[in-house]
Structures are given as C-alpha cells and as structure tokens.
Design a protein around this ligand. Structure first.
Ligand SMILES: [Zn+2]
Length: 257
C-alpha cells in the first residue's frame, strides 16, 4: 500500500480537528453576536487571551483538564466534541469520495450543518447568516458544475431537493402554527440544494423519526414539558448526515428493493 494512503487519512483527521476548532469559535460568537475574525480567542469569563499552546484542538482541553489556565473556569465539553465530530465526519467523507469535488463541497456543507445544529440546540434559533448564503452558494456551485459537466441533471436535482425541503417544512410551519420555526424551512432548503431530491426525502423522514423518538423520551422523562420549545434543527442535521452517506441504501430498503 502506498505511504500516501496511510498519511492522508491522518492529515484529513488533523485538518478536521482544526476546522472543528474554528467551528467552535463560529458557534460561540454567532450566539453572542461577535465578529468571527476579531478579537483573538479569549476566555469567556476572565477575557484573558488564550495562548496558541492552550488552543490546540482536543490536546489542550485534556492538558488543561477542561479548565481555563488563568481563572480555572470550566471549558465547555462542546469544544472537544465539535472538534472530534468534525474530524470523524471529514475522514468518513474522504474515505467515501476520496480526492474529488464532493470532498470540498461536503466538507463545507457539513461545517455549516454542525454550526447550525449546535446553535439551534443551545438557543432554539437557526442563524440566517448560514442558511441563506449557504443555499445561494450551493446553487451557484451546482450551476458551475453543470457547465463543466455539460449536464444539468444534478442542477435540477438540487433545485427539486430545495423545493421539496422548503415546501414540506413551509407546510409544517403553517399547520403547526409556530410549533416549528421559520429557520427550519431555510435549513431544509439548504439541505435540499446539497443533497438533491432523494436524499432530502430520506433526510426529512429520518429527522421525523429521530425527533419523534427523542421528543417522546423528553416528555415521558419529564425533562421537557409540552410547552417547551424543542429545537428541530439538530434532527434535520442528523438526518442529513446519515442520508449523505447512506440515503440511497435507506430508500432502497424502505421501498423494498
Ligand atoms: Zn478564564
């Protein structure tokens, strides 16, 4: 086996950890409405600037035992979780698609999805700053690919996936009268552009199943009451991630082929 096939997965994984670290910054700063570029990383409690050696993904969290070096404030588990999650998904994308156009497109897509899922879980709010530009960027990419490939099949697929996502969740928002947020409509549209018609279909079903199971558990265990807002974005994101890798298999299984 050539050495590159041993080294490349490691490089992809470390790259994923670094991107995950950046996604953490995006999550925290979008929630607090701060700039993503400035200021430099700082402790949210004592505001002290974090040195580069205390900012290494996962490693620094372990060395500091999850506490700020200056004020000993606990660092959220969100940081290592997002870093490892990003790295693992990037590695899965690389394993499935190798060096390809999909590698770049899906890495960008997943980065956006992870930020949305964590912000929605923490605030029950899905940032338009990601969903709307993401949808436009996705469509532009599909148009460029259509001209490169001299085939419009994938562009039509992206367009119909987007319409399916927007229509299904638009309908749910109207019927549920505020039970589901407007942000979920745009998130479903974004997923539609990147995954196309079939995988968006499987994403929607999976999100209902996953959201239903967790929702019932939360109600039965009395962790949440009937009136509590339960963010749906994380389930859409989970459904999209599963469909991205196994959507075709799931649909074939459902349809009994
Ligand atoms: Zn501190």
């Amino acid at each position: 086996m050539p050495l590159v096939w041993l080294i490349m997965p490691l490089i992809v994984f470390i790259f994923g950890l670094c991107i995950g670290s950046f996604l953490n910054v995006c999550i925290s700063r979008l929630i607090h409405d701060e700039s993503i570029v400035f200021p430099a990383s700082h402790c949210p409690k004592c505001r002290k600037k974090i040195k580069w050696y205390d900012n290494i993904p996962v490693v620094s969290f372990l060395l500091l035992k999850g506490k700020c070096r200056n004020c000993f404030e606990r660092i959220s588990w969100q940081y290592p979780i997002v870093e490892i999650l990003t790295a693992v998904i990037f590695l899965c994308i690389f394993t499935k698609w190798g060096f390809s156009r999909e590698l770049i497109v899906y890495n960008l897509f997943v980065s956006g999805l992870l930020v949305i899922a964590f912000i929605d879980a923490k605030t029950t709010f899905i940032p338009d700053v990601i969903t709307i530009p993401g949808m436009i960027a996705g469509l532009i990419l599909k148009v460029i690919f259509a001209f490169i490939d001299k085939s419009f099949t994938n562009l039509f697929d992206a367009g119909s996936g987007m319409i399916l996502g927007l229509a299904v969740f638009g309908f749910i928002v109207i019927v549920s009268r505020g039970g589901m947020g407007i942000g979920d409509i745009k998130l479903a549209g974004l997923i539609g552009v990147f995954l196309g018609l079939k995988n968006t279909f499987s994403t929607i079903w999976l999100s209902f199943i996953l959201g239903g199971i967790v929702g019932i558990f939360l109600l039965v265990s009395k962790l949440k009451g009937r009136k509590d807002a339960i963010p749906f974005g994380p389930y859409l994101v989970m459904g999209a991630l599963i469909s991205m890798f196994w959507g075709e298999n799931i649909l074939n299984w459902w349809l009994g082929h």
